[in-house]
Design a protein around this ligand. Structure first.
Ligand SMILES: Nc1ncnc2c1ncn2[C@@H]1O[C@H](COP(=O)(O)OP(=O)(O)OP(=O)(O)O)[C@@H](O)[C@H]1O
Length: 765
């Protein structure tokens, strides 16, 4: 076919008196343009149709654009969510709608417009300015790739010359060329190593930028808490922040060199091949034309048979994250599991998670098996055959004989051409193969891009108070008739106001206690806590006591009513299970301050010691080897000691209000009483959740939840008297038992004496 083509070109050029070269270039240019249009057309068509395409519901938004995942468009005056995982809310009723393809309402990761937009967003984070370290690294990397391509071509031509001198039996020139060839190997190997070094540096620089950005979002406000507790889109943020970001940045850096170098190779090798064909006096069109046809056909076939690697990779990352989370659960709760002897159950969970990952990996391997087979067949065998035809064409069709009057009738020059062209073709084929196999990597990159992009989107949303969660209970509540919550997009809207109080008090006015699952635990709560008003909070389990603290601390949104808080929120929360941070013993007491903060406050280790003695732990410093000693405090301290250390923090920080959530449940009653008295003496207003009547005397008011959504706030005086009366009755009952106990004691003493007498007489006998 190339022969026929060449003859046809010859005859046409002669017929219309056009220089053959012009005609060849025009044909080649047209073919390339047409192929470019063919490849680009589906993308352009996709873009055009997307811009004005009606949505699933046949509705366009105001700009004629399709709504983004999760946004709301208005149909027939009602809010209709287009998110796969969202709730359609006709007439205020929430209905769950979920599709299997996308858990989080996103389309499955693929190389499409969404991927390009997300990638662009992430690239802007990784390369924030034109002049930055990353652009410097990219420039040097590009230069190294370019140099490597030039060196490959130079080495290929040298090898051709070496073979030519061998055929001519020219020992002198052969030796010189061989030395030159070895001389080129030194910079060539250095450049190779440099390319890898720069790729790694680039991946690390990208990762650093992304991690810095992600951390700033993750620790903005209480995003790390809200992502896990209030939003349901991300399950394992830790895995995304570590493994997924690493995989994404490595993939981007790797793809950059994997795409750039082959592109340079193709362009420069194509030119070099055309030059050597021309030197052989052959037509330059047929070879490249044949190559274009074969490569184009290969691309189409591979595209048709390619599995959805992006989706597969994203799913694999998901399963890896799940396995990791199960591992960390075991590590965190090792002692509890060991006491229960729950290793069988945990092992079961771990194995399940592991086999889910194994199944996914096997699925990917299977998909790869057939894909790689087709890929290898086309790229190794079909392309090698095409290469042989391409190399043979200029030799068979060429008109050139010997250029320097050598007696071998051009055999040595043809051999030189053959060797050079063959080497160039091998490099070219390798370049195209890398380009094509890069498609698979691009699809995998789409998977990582989707996970990292989604994570950053969710962090951004959550830090601004926009949550998305499967609100199954919303339906339940709406059917219960609770209509104070306003739903939008299937989720309750935080309409409540957070106001700075001027008199230093904390108040909740008509605030509902609503859990992240939209369960309304208390429909409306109103209370004012002035400084010095010590409030005791009681009620059955699950009635909303801790939830009230979450609302006061700003962890949970205020869905209605008003929350008044003093400026800078001088509240300090101590939970039942105290958190021990990493670091020294000093760091435990001053948490969440740093040592610099402590110095700035003008506090010293002596002050810390005073805080420790208030919780009866003064000996801890010498026992643990000083303030700077480091340990895994979570394991080193007992449950009660951990609680006391947590309370010592209260004496270090001395906040206006202390939210104490059964924080001394493991402390003995006498020490507990001393702690509460010391806290009151320090001028700290106590809001205490407790089930211990012994703590009542330290409080002036009591808030009682009934577990049915109701509550009662009253002064504690009358109730204290009541409990004192109860305690008196209890003590009197104990005293009434004393005569009986004394009688019993006498009997036991007598029996013991008899027994001893018996024993001594038996020993004498
Ligand atoms: N992160 C959460 N997500 C969903 N629901 C939650 C969450 N935290 C608490 N809840 C629910 O909120 C309700 C109130 O919980 P809360 O922790 O306030 O109870 P409590 O009164 O402090 O109970 P206890 O005395 O047992 O500590 C419970 O039904 C609980 O299941």
């Amino acid at each position: 076919m190339p022969n026929i083509m060449s003859r046809y070109l010859d005859s046409t050029a002669a017929k219309y008196n056009i220089p053959k070269e012009y005609l060849s270039r025009t044909v080649l240019g047209t073919a390339v343009c047409l192929y470019g249009i063919k490849l680009g057309y589906p993308l352009i068509q996709q873009l055009c149709t997307k811009t004005g395409k009606p949505t699933e519901n046949g509705v366009k938004n105001a700009k004629g654009k399709p709504p983004r995942n999760g946004t709301v468009v208005v149909a027939n005056g009602e809010d209709v969510s287009t998110n796969n995982n969202d709730l359609v809310v006709p007439n205020g009723k929430a209905v769950k709608r979920e599709t299997a393809s996308s858990k989080n309402g996103r389309s499955s990761p693929a190389v499409n417009q969404e991927f390009l937009l997300q990638l662009e967003k992430l690239i802007r984070i990784m390369i924030p300015r034109f002049w930055c370290t990353e652009t410097g690294l990219l420039s040097v990397h590009t230069l190294a790739l370019f140099t490597r391509t030039f060196l490959s071509i130079y080495v290929a031509s040298m090898e051709g010359q070496i073979v030519k001198f061998i055929v001519r039996r020219d020992i002198w020139n052969f030796s010189i060329m061989l030395l030159k060839w070895l001389g080129v190997a030194v910079p060539a190997t250095f450049i190779n190593s440099m390319i890898r070094y720069l790729e790694n540096k680039l991946a690390l620089a990208f990762r650093t930028r992304l991690v810095r950005h992600a951390y700033s979002l993750y620790f903005k406000g209480q995003t790390y808490y809200r992502v896990a507790n209030l939003d349901g889109r991300i399950e394992n943020a830790d895995h995304r922040l570590t493994d997924d970001i690493t995989a994404f940045t490595s993939s981007v850096a790797h793809l950059y060199s994997h795409l750039t170098k082959p592109l340079f190779d193709c362009a420069l090798i194509g030119l070099a091949l055309a030059q050597s064909s021309r030197r052989m006096g052959a037509n330059i069109i047929p070879g490249p034309l044949l190559a274009c046809i074969v490569i184009g056909a290969t691309g189409q076939i591979l595209k048709a048979v390619s599995p959805k690697f992006g989706l597969l990779v994203a799913e694999e990352a998901n399963k890896k994250g799940y396995l990791r989370s199960i591992h960390s659960r075991v590590i965190t709760n090792a002692e509890e599991i060991a006491f229960y002897g729950g290793h069988k159950v945990e092992l079961n969970h771990l194995q399940k998670a592991y086999y889910m990952l194994v199944r996914q990996k096997n699925h990917i391997f299977q998909q790869r098996l057939w894909y790689v087979m087709v890929e290898q067949f086309l790229m190794k065998y079909v392309w090698s055959g095409t290469g042989m035809v391409m190399v043979a064409l200029p030799i068979v069709m060429g008109t050139r004989q010997s250029s320097d009057g050598t007696p071998d009738s051009g055999v040595s020059e043809r051999t030189q051409y053959f060797t050079t062209a063959r080497n160039l073709l091998v490099s070219g084929a390798d370049a195209v193969e890398r380009l094509m196999s890069s498609y698979k990597e691009v699809v995998e990159l789409a998977g990582y891009t989707s996970r990292v992009g989604e994570m950053l989107d969710v962090f951004g949303d959550v830090s601004e108070g926009r949550y998305r969660r499967t609100a199954t209970s919303a339906t339940k509540q709406s059917s219960k008739g609770y209509d104070r919550l306003e739903f939008k997009d299937g989720l309750p809207v935080a309409k409540g106001k957070i106001i700075e109080s001027t008199d230093g008090s904390i108040s909740l006015i008509d605030v509902p206690v609503v859990t992240p699952n939209c369960d309304v635990v208390v429909p409306s709560l109103t209370l004012v806590v002035h400084p010095g008003m010590h409030l005791l909070i009681t009620g059955p389990n699950g009635c909303g006591k801790s939830s009230m603290f979450r609302i006061l601390s700003g962890l949970w949104p205020v869905y209605a009513g008003e929350l008044h808080r003093p400026k800078d929120c001088p509240m300090f929360y101590i939970p039942q299970r105290p958190y021990m941070s990493l670091g020294s013993l000093r760091d435990q007491i001053i948490y969440p301050d740093t040592v610099e903060d402590m110095r700035k406050k003008g506090l010293t280790d002596d002050d810390l010691e005073r805080s420790l003695s208030l919780v009866h732990l003064a000996q801890l410093v010498s026992r643990e080897g000083g303030w700077d000693s480091q340990a895994d405090w979570k394991d080193v301290l007992s449950g009660g000691e951990k609680q006391r250390v947590a309370v010592a923090r209260l004496f270090y920080h001395r906040p206006k209000f202390a939210l104490l959530d059964e924080c001394t449940s493991a402390v003995s009653i006498d020490v507990e009483s001393n702690i509460y008295q010391a806290a009151k003496d320090a001028g700290i207003t106590l809001l205490t959740i407790t089930h211990r009547p012994s703590l009542w005397k330290f409080h002036s008011h009591i808030l009682q939840f009934d577990g049915e959504g109701g509550w009662d706030l009253s002064p504690l005086d009358a109730k204290t008297a009541m409990t004192l009366r109860q305690e008196k009755a209890h003590l009197e009952a104990q005293l009434a038992d004393i005569p009986v106990t004394q009688q019993r004691l006498q009997v036991v003493c007598k029996e013991l004496a008899d027994e001893e007498n018996r024993l001594s007489s038996s020993t004498l006998n």
